[in-house]
Design a protein around this ligand. Structure first.
Ligand code: DP6
Length: 348
């Protein structure tokens, strides 16, 4: 059993979301959270989850975006917290407050930042660590945190690092690894997130993952991914936006084709999403700007472009496409962790 020492300090993890360029879709093993394929994402900076954890009396208490999650309900974060505690042997109850800087559960990977932030803040509270180096000293280095966060939500493991992050499936559940493919600062991009709908998705991605294997397009997808991954890594190294853009658009459309051709089928795109793709491609062909789309399990496109072009791209999306609800994000440097005395009056 590890040490549960500090109950006078709260720990706050600020963890960015990430946008997958090569998607994690389908699992070889649900229980072990073993993905069907390697994935690669860009860590964001503005879209993030801030989670504060404090050792509490009584029972776990979880607030998400100002709303209490009632104990005993079937809630992804609450279930995961229980699992984490059992696995690590910590007993102290936690008071946890979590807030997202972006709308949750509509395809902007709130479970990625949310579950990674919960892992970091909870373990920091339990161990008394106030920084990532103190967490590492308590035997919770990034690799272990990523492996734990992955149990909560697969994509969460990629939010523990900044820059471009590679999650490799390995040959067995235990040989999975998460590493930095390219540091932030080497090829920074902007991500204009276009929020076409804030409605919560009808089918959680965890449920839709299971159907991937039933799609006739899934086996050919898996066969082609190693080559796409190699080409994406090269595009990142060469800072080649044009090649990167072509690859990520094909990748996103392929994943959605798998979703839509699975049994049961899931359709996350709205008619407005495909209108947006057509509009963006036309504007790009006309030479208005160089920007490319990708899409996670939701209707809200991410538009990647060079940081210097982001304001112009956003302005054209507002003016010509008529979408006003935008988040302007960029490649981020990864999560932060800090401690604050309870007397600061900020908490719980
Ligand atoms: C489309 O990580 O949300 O965003 O592991 O079941 O929690 P669970 O799934 P989740 O799946 C994310 C899928 C995706 C693509 C990606 O982020 O790679």
């Amino acid at each position: 059993m590890l040490n549960e020492r500090s109950n006078i300090v709260s720990r706050t993890a600020v963890v960015p979301s990430n946008i997958a360029l090569i998607k994690y879709w389908g699992k070889r093993d649900d229980q072990a959270q073993w993905p069907a394929n390697d994935s690669l994402s860009m860590t964001l900076s503005t879209a993030c989850t801030t989670t504060t954890a404090t050792i509490a009396d009584g029972v776990d208490e979880l607030h998400v975006d100002g709303k209490v999650v009632v104990a005993g309900t079937d809630h992804k974060a609450l279930n995961y917290l229980g699992k984490l505690r059992r696995e690590l042997g910590f007993t102290a109850p936690l008071a946890i407050r979590s807030s997202n800087s972006f709308p949750a559960d509509c395809g902007i990977a709130s479970s990625a930042s949310g579950l990674a932030a919960l892992t970091t803040a909870a373990i920091a509270a339990w161990t008394g660590a106030s920084s990532f180096s103190e967490l590492a000293a308590a035997d919770f280095g990034r690799e272990r945190l990523a492996a734990l966060a992955r149990r909560g939500s697969g994509s969460a493991c990629r939010s523990l690092h900044g820059g471009y992050v590679l999650w490799e499936a390995g040959n067995a559940p235990a040989s999975q690894s998460v590493s930095v493919a390219l540091d932030a600062g080497v090829f920074d991009l902007a991500d204009v997130i276009v929020i076409l709908s804030r409605e919560k998705k009808a089918v959680p991605s965890t449920v839709a993952h299971r159907a991937a294997w039933t799609s006739p397009l899934f086996a050919p997808r898996l066969a082609g991914l190693p080559d796409r991954m190699a080409r994406l890594k090269k595009a990142l190294r060469d800072q080649d936006l044009t090649s990167l853009g072509d690859l990520i658009e094909t990748e996103a459309l392929e994943m959605h084709a798998v979703m839509m051709s699975a049994t049961p089928a899931s359709t996350y795109m709205l008619p407005r999403t495909s209108e947006f793709f057509a509009w963006l491609r036309t504007a790009r062909r006309r030479g208005d700007f160089e920007a490319y789309f990708t899409l996670d399990a939701g209707p809200n496109p991410h538009v990647l472009c060079r940081p210097d072009d982001a304001a112009r791209v956003a302005e054209r999306i507002r003016r010509d496409f008529g979408a006003d609800d935008l988040i302007l994000d960029t490649t981020g440097t990864g999560p932060t962790l800090h401690a604050e005395p309870l007397s600061s009056g900020k908490l719980i």
